[in-house]
Design a protein around this ligand. Structure first.
Ligand SMILES: CC(=O)CC(=O)SCCNC(=O)CCNC(=O)[C@H](O)C(C)(C)COP(=O)(O)OP(=O)(O)OC[C@H]1O[C@@H](n2cnc3c(N)ncnc32)[C@H](O)[C@@H]1OP(=O)(O)O
Length: 445
């Protein structure tokens, strides 16, 4: 069976940066450590006034196509995943294809284009669609472009304002890929939940605390479901676990849950028993509350063990380095986590070829998905070609006044026009409105 997976990846951050402990926390009267230690965030990336989901997605795709020497004729499918769409009919992928056609020879008239929506998990679902299209033999030798692009903005003074972000990921999906192949096995945890939604509104309605619990519950179901088709996951068999990362503190909770689940009834649980006891089993307790208290106590102990801390430092922490600097990119977030982990491995001089990643995606509303990926021989060259450090360093640092201004400028209910804070350089920009209310774009050299 032909292996299918991600051949190349590119990343594009919004051009602005909000320092959370330094600028945001003091204005909110909060302890900066809520951000650095609690949520695990140093900064959020923001779009400048000429940036939106189309420009960021097109810029990521443009970089990817140029770097891989791709032409429109090589690409048979363009899917965009976003939860920040501005049109209920015309998909963002058509706008992005239009941008790309203005800088490449040829066109995308032959390409099937679409838009995927299921909160943050839509990026992974688009990856699935591309995988299935190729495995079904419908691709005529062409690859699929998957773009996850979002402006994760919340209403001013909403608790979610702490976890904003903006950026895009472009993925090129092919047979015999250079980066990773995807497992056919997948696990799902999916339920009708009301934790985070945008019923015809720009900024989300969020029950933040509940959304954290729903994330954990669905991720646990997805893990159980994955193991039911792929067999037990063993700690030693998985090198990195990139999770959907709305903020790194969320992943701290998800990782602990996954670790506890995976070590149950294994030699690891036995070896830790002298130090922290065995995991509580529901049947040993008369009430749910007693069981939950015992579980909490076990987790508190587990978190302090050297064994858990070493696993976390090696397997999870490397997936969080970019998220700490950019915040939540919704559909792109789990793909940012994958890049972070692979980038860490390049920096450590580690040879990852043949190693396994277990990828945990999540979307509010709610659904989690887990699959595994095998790192391919060409991975290091692909990751070394990224310029993410340069992009992060080049962002303009917002003052508090700038932040208020740019948030208003992106608020669809406000009519605020501001001067850009950065000068576009070799990128697509929003150029204004067309006669039917469509957005127009141009490429700035
Ligand atoms: C949105 C998606 O992308 C989909 C999802 O994943 S849903 C799951 C995630 N949900 C979201 O991202 C929703 C949007 N965000 C929010 O609603 C909120 O920002 C939030 C719920 C994440 C945080 O809410 P908050 O009330 O502002 O923060 P709060 O809970 O007080 O503090 C956050 C953490 O910092 C810790 N903290 C607070 N002050 C601290 C300090 N001075 N020092 C150290 N830690 C501190 C808190 O203890 C807490 O950690 P724990 O959860 O481990 O206890």
């Amino acid at each position: 069976m032909t292996a299918v997976g991600i051949d190349a990846v590119e990343i594009w951050t919004g051009n602005l940066k909000l320092d959370l402990p330094g600028v945001f926390a003091p204005e909110k009267g909060e302890d900066p450590e809520k951000y650095t230690k609690g949520l695990g965030l140093n900064a959020s990336s923001f779009p400048d006034s000429y940036e939106d989901i189309v420009t960021m997605g097109a810029n990521a795709a443009h970089r990817l196509m140029e770097r891989k020497g791709l032409e429109p004729d090589d690409i048979g499918r363009i899917d965009v995943a976003t939860e920040s769409a501005f049109d209920n009919s015309k998909p963002v992928s058509t706008y992005i294809a239009g941008c790309l056609e203005s800088v490449f020879e040829g066109d995308f008239h032959h390409a099937n284009k679409g838009e995927r929506k299921f909160a943050c998990i839509a990026g992974t679902q688009s990856l699935d669609d591309a995988y299935n299209w190729i495995r079904a033999g419908r691709n005529r030798g062409r690859g699929a472009l998957v773009i996850a692009t979002d402006t994760a903005l919340y209403a001013r003074d909403d608790p979610g304002e702490a976890t904003q972000g903006a950026g895009a990921i472009a993925l090129y999906i092919t047979e015999d890929p250079d980066l990773v192949t995807l497992s056919t096995e997948q696990g799902y945890g999916s339920a009708d939940e009301t934790d985070f939604l945008k019923p015809n509104q720009q900024f989300p309605s969020v029950d933040g605390k509940r959304s954290v619990q729903v994330y954990l519950a669905r991720m646990r179901e997805a893990l159980v479901d994955y193991q039911s088709v792929a067999g037990e996951l063993h700690l030693d068999d998985v090198r990195f676990v990139p999770f959907h990362t709305p903020f790194p503190g969320m992943v701290r909770k998800a990782a602990m849950l996954a670790y506890r689940h995976i070590i149950r009834d294994t030699a690891v649980e036995d070896e830790l028993a002298d130090e922290i006891g065995r995991q509580p089993r529901q049947e040993a307790f008369e009430t749910d509350d007693e069981f939950r208290d015992a579980l909490r106590e076990y987790m508190d102990g587990l978190k302090e063990t050297d064994r858990y801390q070493e696993w976390y430092a090696e397997t999870i922490d490397p997936t969080l380095t970019i998220a700490r600097e950019v915040g939540n990119w919704y559909t792109g977030s789990v793909h940012v986590a994958r890049i972070s982990a692979l980038k860490y491995a390049v920096e450590q001089g580690e040879d990852l070829a043949g190693q396994t990643l277990a990828v945990g995606s999540y979307g509010s509303g709610a659904q989690a998905e887990i699959h595994t990926e095998i790192v391919q021989d060409g991975w290091a060259a692909e990751i070394e070609a990224l310029n993410v450090d340069e992009q992060l360093a080049d962002r303009y640092e917002l003052t508090w006044d700038d932040y208020e201004e740019i948030h208003d400028a992106h608020n669809h209910d406000m009519d605020v026009d501001i001067e850009p804070m950065t000068a576009p350089d070799g990128e697509f920009v929003f150029g204004g409105w067309g006669r039917m209310g469509e957005r127009e774009y141009e490429y700035v050299e």
